[in-house]
Design a protein around this ligand. Structure first.
Ligand code: NAP
Length: 316
């Protein structure tokens, strides 16, 4: 029997599907795996269904003998797994593209509206009993309809965000990506700094990893207009958090909406202290049906791998 290790509790339907196909062991902690746990998982199981926070780096793969042949990542972002090091020791890595797209784009819209329209700040005032009634100049935010959206990384999620911005909010769409994209609505590709300097709301949608680490640094933030908002639903370390805090404190940009952080789950006090920042706890895909779909795809990837030795969602 093929032995599979699930590194987190998962939705019931996903566990049922996994147990129908494999001999399954489920770790009952919701915390990220520790190094010794990851080494043990590679040594004892044929497949590991891992997720964000399980840092399978080059040292974990090491050169010790292992039983594991495949790591099926629960999620599309796999920058916590060194896929090259995995391949070097014969371990295939898969991910779950597509299953996350719409939910994450929806959270980007949530962040845009909460930040630009000061919704978090307004709710905090109300809940604190400090709301003394409507008046014409209270909590004036940024109107988003008809403005310009900047998409940094026009992939699956970037396109879904752009689609919502265009059809939902009548926004012009500018984007940066490594190649031209054929999307069914008007969108103009330009260099990163041109997008940053022209967009009213900029969305970070590139994958994390060495290539995009601190892509948005102090110099990039300087390109943004002072009325602009920056939304990040991708990975925290694509933005230099220190540079972002400085830019917000100096009023170089108007606000930020963040679902991800450079040193997750640590969130700097300086960000928490700012009213013009919306902070969500990495909940881009946080809906039961979405997490179920991600998990089913991760299990399907394992089944396909063990049946065929390959699969449709390989990343290495
Ligand atoms: P994707 O389809 O692979 O899209 C990534 C896009 O980024 C592609 O258009 C790619 O351009 C572009 N890109 C990559 N490197 C670039 C670079 N150096 N400069 C400019 N553009 C670059 O990925 P996705 O499915 O949209 O997911 C994007 C990321 O979102 C994931 O990697 C994950 O980290 C994150 N995510 C977060 C959550 C959450 O809960 N907050 C949920 C799901 C995903 P080309 O096509 O031209 O190569």
């Amino acid at each position: 029997m093929i032995r599979v290790f699930l590194t987190r509790p998962l939705p019931e339907a996903v566990i049922t599907a996994a147990e129908a196909a494999f001999e399954v062991e489920i770790r009952d902690s919701t915390a990220a795996m520790k190094p010794a746990e990851m080494r043990a998982a590679l040594a004892l199981y044929d497949g590991v269904l891992a997720t964000l926070g399980d840092t399978f780096d080059v040292e974990i793969f090491g050169d010790a003998p292992h039983r594991c042949k495949v790591i099926s990542n629960f999620g599309v972002g796999y920058n916590h797994i060194d896929a090259t090091a995995a391949r070097a020791c014969g371990i295939t890595v898969t991910n779950t593209p597509g299953a996350v797209t719409d939910a994450t784009a929806d959270i980007a819209m949530t962040l845009m509206l909460m930040t630009a329209r000061r919704a978090g700040e307004g709710e905090r005032i109300l809940r604190a009993g400090r709301w003394d009634g409507w008046h014409p100049t209270q909590l004036l935010g940024t109107h988003v309809t008809g403005k310009t959206a900047g998409i940094i990384g026009m992939g699956r999620i970037g396109t879904a965000i752009a689609q919502r911005c265009h059809y939902g909010f009548g926004m012009d769409v500018l984007y940066t990506a490594r190649s031209d994209k054929d999307v069914p609505f008007p969108a103009t590709r330009m260099a990163l700094w041109d997008v940053l300097s022209r967009a009213d709301i900029t969305f970070i949608c590139v994958p994390g990893g060495a290539e995009t680490y601190h892509m948005i640094d102090a110099a990039a933030l300087k390109q943004m207009p002072t009325h602009a908002h920056l939304i990040n639903i991708a990975r925290g370390d694509i933005i230099s958090e220190a540079a972002l805090i400085a830019a917000l404190q100096k009023g170089m940009i108007a606000g930020a909406g963040l679902d991800v952080y450079e040193h997750e789950p640590k969130v700097p006090e300086a960000l928490i202290a700012m009213e013009n920042v919306t902070l969500l706890p990495h909940m881009g895909t946080g809906a039961l049906e979405v997490r179920t779909r991600i998990g089913m795809l991760a299990v399907e990837n394992l089944k396909t791998f063990f049946e065929t030795g390959t699969g449709p969602h390989l990343v290495n």
